[in-house]
Design a binder for this molecule. Structure first.
Ligand SMILES: Nc1ncnc2c1ncn2[C@@H]1O[C@H](COP(=O)(O)OP(=O)(O)O)[C@@H](O)[C@H]1O
Ligand SMILES: N[C@@H](CC(=O)OP(=O)(O)O)C(=O)O
Length: 449
């Protein structure tokens, strides 16, 4: 039994949905389907989720949202018409969006409820379409499926009890279509996962129903060893371990959500990344182990939007509780951190830039100065993290020196190295403007030399 998740690009239009139906019909093992909201049909297009967020923002600021609302409804209308399905669903969606914006109490978190409407509507459309083709299918709402999550709007996390509830879905007949991207709290509040979170729903459903395989259908033939938007036609990766994929996704391989690896990993379900447009291509298989035949480095990921808080204080190494106190200040200001490399008299804390608004920055700087009596505290924005990943990499001599040479030949200064805390990755902090040159040079060094 398999779970197939189709991303936004795979359900962006009626012609894409026809490919989805073909894939499902071809293999009766595909009993569970998780879908995203319609994504981009062409490069300059806007994802339905982004339109829904714009709708929410306009409504919150009491601005005219009619044009956006109509363009959202038009996306669904067009799909329904081209699939020869009744368009009555469009009126239901209009009423629903309107009632969310009017603040009906059932939708406690307005933005989450609006965002969820994209996947919720698409799941209903796909189920209607499969039935119209003569393949029995049912739409299963996440609440009915039993996807129970924490009360964290826009960043919900699944609760353990969901898995047992989901297991009951195994007995249902036909293809079950579940919308991705959201679940419900114990007290029935709709909560969305982080952006890109339909991958997470797919992994949760796969773990819950104890699937043999979780297939993640997208718009690329495989996971490539670098982001294809940085290097043209990079090499494909056919096998990855959970650990490798988790690190690569975290560090910028947006093809699969990093938080989707854990449920699959815990339940030991292999994940297959496939292209909806070329479903017969091999794709990428992610599992607990792989043959270590293709060199120590399997992928190079990069992500921008980080900042570093640098503090120095003479004899910091002898001051008990310094690190704890620094991190406690961040905790008390509701800021999460990503990395914290340290030296004898200094320590840096790396955060995502969106964690620290300019108001919060002033508060944090003041608190660090006053409470920790540091010699220096500075904040550097505009940083990027470049991660090279591979099982066995840290036990291979010379990887760091090859990587450093690649950075220097690209003319990119390394601001920070974090090596060794993870068994499978090495991370370099650089200035954002160096990303492209650094990744291209690393690609040449590890994959083309
Ligand atoms: N290393 C990588 N390998 C493959 N795709 C990548 C990689 N890094 C970034 N991507 C991007 O991820 C995209 C697919 O992910 P996403 O847009 O979330 O798809 P979907 O619409 O299926 O959810 C690709 O089109 C590609 O631009
Ligand atoms: N539609 C949501 C969730 C998602 O997973 O989308 P996609 O499969 O297009 O990445 C988003 O855009 O964030």
């Amino acid at each position: 039994m398999r779970v197939a998740k189709f991303g936004g690009s795979s359900v962006a239009s009626a012609s894409q949905l026809k490919k989805v139906a073909d894939i499902l019909i071809r293999d009766t093992e595909r009993k569970f389907v998780v879908v995203s909201a319609p994504g981009k049909r062409f490069a300059e297009d806007t994802k339905v989720t982004d339109l829904l967020i714009q709708l929410g923002n306009l409504s919150n600021s009491n601005e005219d949202y009619r044009t956006i609302l109509e363009s959202i409804l038009a996306r669904f209308q067009e799909i329904l018409e081209e699939l020869f399905l009744p368009t009555t669903l469009v009126d239901e969606v209009r009423d629903k969006l309107q009632s969310i914006m009017d603040g009906e109490t059932v939708y406690t978190h307005k933005m989450d409820a609006l965002k969820a409407t994209g996947e919720d509507t698409l799941a209903q459309i796909l189920s209607l379409y499969l039935n119209s083709l003569g393949h029995p299918s049912s739409y299963v709402h996440p609440q009915e499926a039993g996807i129970i999550v924490s009360d964290e709007p826009g960043k919900a996390q699944v609760l353990e009890e969901s898995y047992e509830r989901l297991y009951r879905l195994r007995d249902k007949e036909g293809i079950q279509v579940i919308p991705g991207f959201f679940g419900y709290t114990k007290d029935n509040k709709l909560m969305a996962f982080p952006r890109g979170g339909s991958d997470i729903t797919g992994a949760i459903v796969a773990a819950g129903v104890k699937a043999d395989l979780y297939e993640n259908f997208t718009d690329v033939d495989s996971v490539y060893c670098v982001n294809p938007n940085i290097v043209d036609q990079p090499k494909e990766i056919h096998e990855l371990t959970y650990k490798e994929m988790r690190e690569l996704s975290y560090a910028g391989f947006s093809v699969f959500h990093d938080e989707a690896l854990i449920p699959a990993f815990k339940a030991k379900i292999p994940v297959s990344i496939k292209n909806t447009n070329h479903p017969d291509n091999r794709g990428t298989m992610i599992s607990a182990s792989r043959d270590l035949t293709n060199g120590p480095v399997v992928g190079i990921a990069s992500d921008a939007g980080f900042l570093s808080i640098y503090v120095s204080k003479y004899l910091m190494n002898r001051e008990k509780g310094f690190g704890r106190h620094l991190l406690q200040i961040l905790e008390e200001e509701d800021i999460s951190f990503e990395h914290a490399p340290s030296g004898i008299d200094d320590m840096s804390v790396i955060l995502r830039e969106n964690q620290l608004s300019s108001e919060k920055e002033a508060i944090v700087l003041k608190r660090i100065q006053e409470e920790l009596r540091v010699d220096t505290v500075t904040i550097e924005r505009g940083l990027a993290m470049v991660m090279i990943v591979g099982e066995g990499m840290n036990s291979t001599i010379g990887v760091t020196s090859k990587a450093s040479t690649a950075f220097s030949s690209a003319g990119v200064n390394i601001e920070m190295i974090n090596q060794g805390s993870s068994e499978v990755s090495m991370m370099f902090g650089i200035k954002e403007e160096g990303i492209k040159a650094a990744v291209q040079s690393l690609y040449q060094t590890f994959f083309e030399a």
